[in-house]
Write a protein that binds this ligand. Structure first.
Ligand code: TYD
Ligand code: MG
Length: 460
């Protein structure tokens, strides 16, 4: 049956669809953002766009064969782990991050390594062939067999891909790609969503694994309100401070592996290098016998990583004391400072307080609460925390220390890294590893006593 077409109006900002033109989008409130678009509607009701394979039919799950062989190794161990053990063929992976964080570098390096045993098509809408060549030379993949195509028209990209049939295609970046059928500018929500949809159909039909680079917009999401995240199979965020050399690749969605898995890299003159032991790297350069530094073990995905929390307190010169934190959740930090003030009787209200997770790591788990508070207490009192002491625990509003998950993993990582004493929540049951003593604390005052007096509790 012939399909009919109808006219709809799509919002460039949020993708809202309206049957008639409106001056202001009723969904996101943006002015003059609705653009006319023709879409075809099939009489059967099912839109042809939804079909992932041309010969879709009903099958039994038992009869479908899929195994782990259907993964391609990227050659970068950290990336393979974040992907859940390699790149699944026919999958669509979104690599997001701030501009300049190293997304193109990571993917060009991956392309160089994968080119040994796979066909790679690298599409760039941001750089010319010469620029890519110069960068690839620097990364040591300049003479690899990578196909380059500097193009932004999605139809041309897809027809090139259909001719070349690569195993892996890299699109750098989705914000530069556009479809002629849509009137809005490249990078707008409608364009990005439509192009991503076309790439997904292509990936599923052809079995080509597609990496898509997406710049994070100023709201902190990829091209607006998370429009791509639900479409793709994996979402990896590349994060870190641009002026620091460590970069963290984090899986926030993965249909083929665990999320929150992280890979740690270091950006050097010749590209990104894997950091195999992040705990050592993140604790390197930790000041000795200096107040305001506490160590905690955080679990990122399946991996325990030690982090140093630093605090600085100084008398405030203005009426409003400053509270600054990098790498931690701001509201949680404000709550911890209030608990510290109230339960430990510290007079923090006239103090500027700065808290920082060293190395550019971002931590968002309550297990670090106790270490944050200990760092603040240490900074405030001027007493250093002994070098071999670490603190793990969630802190509640009454100053109690609550148990945290995966405590045995955390304690054994601390023990491996040479920590002799570990302050843990009173309620947790864990066997102390050889050479490490566990000091149990039920509340903040007990933790402070254990942390600073050097008194050891023989609970081992
Ligand atoms: P890039 O991959 O272009 O970032 P993105 O694609 O996410 O926008 O990375 C750019 C930064 O990385 C740039 O500031 C320079 C730095 N860099 C290095 O330090 N070493 C290198 O070998 C390369 C290629 C880049
Ligand atoms: Mg780039």
């Amino acid at each position: 049956m012939a399909s009919k077409s109808k006219t709809v109006y799509l919002c460039d900002e949020c993708g809202y669809e309206s049957p008639k033109w409106l001056g202001r989008c009723t969904s996101c409130g943006a002015w003059n953002s609705l653009k006319e678009r023709k879409i075809s509607v099939s009489p059967a009701g099912a839109s042809p766009e939804r079909k992932l394979a041309p010969d879709s039919k009903v099958v039994t799950l038992k009869s479908v064969t899929a195994s782990n062989e259907e993964r391609l190794l990227c050659g970068i161990g950290e990336l393979d782990r974040v992907l859940g053990g390699g790149l699944v063929i026919g999958s669509l992976v979104l690599v997001g991050g701030d501009p300049g964080i190293g997304k193109s570098t990571l993917l060009l390096q991956t392309a160089g390594l994968m080119a040994e045993n796979a066909d790679i098509l690298y599409i760039s809408g941001e750089e010319s062939e010469k620029q890519i060549k110069m960068r690839a030379d620097r990364l040591g993949s300049g003479d690899k067999d990578i196909r380059l195509y500097c193009e932004t028209n999605i139809d041309k990209i897809l027809s090139a891909a259909e001719n070349l049939k690569p195993h892996v295609m890299i699109i750098d970046s989705i914000q530069t790609v556009y479809s002629e059928e849509i009137s809005s500018v490249p990078g707008s929500i409608t364009q990005v969503r439509e192009c991503c949809m076309m790439l997904m159909k292509y990936a599923k039909q052809s079995g080509t694994a597609v990496f898509i680079v997406g710049h994070v917009t100023k709201e902190g999401t990829i091209a607006g309100p998370r429009i791509l995240e639900h479409m793709v199979d994996c979402v990896l965020y590349f994060e870190g401070e641009r002026h620091q050399s460590y970069r963290i690749l984090r899986a926030v969605k993965n249909r083929f592996g665990s999320t929150n898995e992280i890979g740690v890299f270091e950006m050097e003159g010749d590209g990104l290098h894997e950091v195999e032991n992040p705990s050592t790297a993140l604790l390197m350069g930790r000041p000795k016998d200096t107040p305001g530094s506490a160590v905690v073990c955080t679990v990122q995905g399946s991996r325990p990583i030690l982090a140093e929390i630093q605090a600085l307190t100084s008398p405030s010169g203005y009426g409003n004391p400053r509270r600054m934190g990098t790498g931690l959740d701001y509201n949680r930090t404000a709550m911890l400072l209030a608990v510290t003030e109230k339960r430990l009787g510290l007079n923090l209200q006239n103090m500027d307080i700065y808290i920082n997770v060293a190395g550019g790591l971002k931590i968002n788990e309550p297990a670090t609460d106790l270490a944050v508070i200990m760092a603040v207490v240490s900074a405030y009192t001027g007493k250093p925390i002994p070098e071999d002491v670490a603190a793990i625990g969630e802190t509640g509003l009454t100053g109690e220390i609550r148990s945290v998950n995966l405590i045995d993993k955390r304690v054994s990582e601390l023990s491996k890294m040479g920590f002799k004493r570990c302050i843990v929540p009173g309620g947790c049951k864990v066997k102390a590893p050889d050479g490490t003593k566990l000091l149990y604390a039920d509340n903040l005052s007990a933790a402070v006593r254990l942390c600073f007096s050097g008194k050891k509790e023989e609970n081992v």
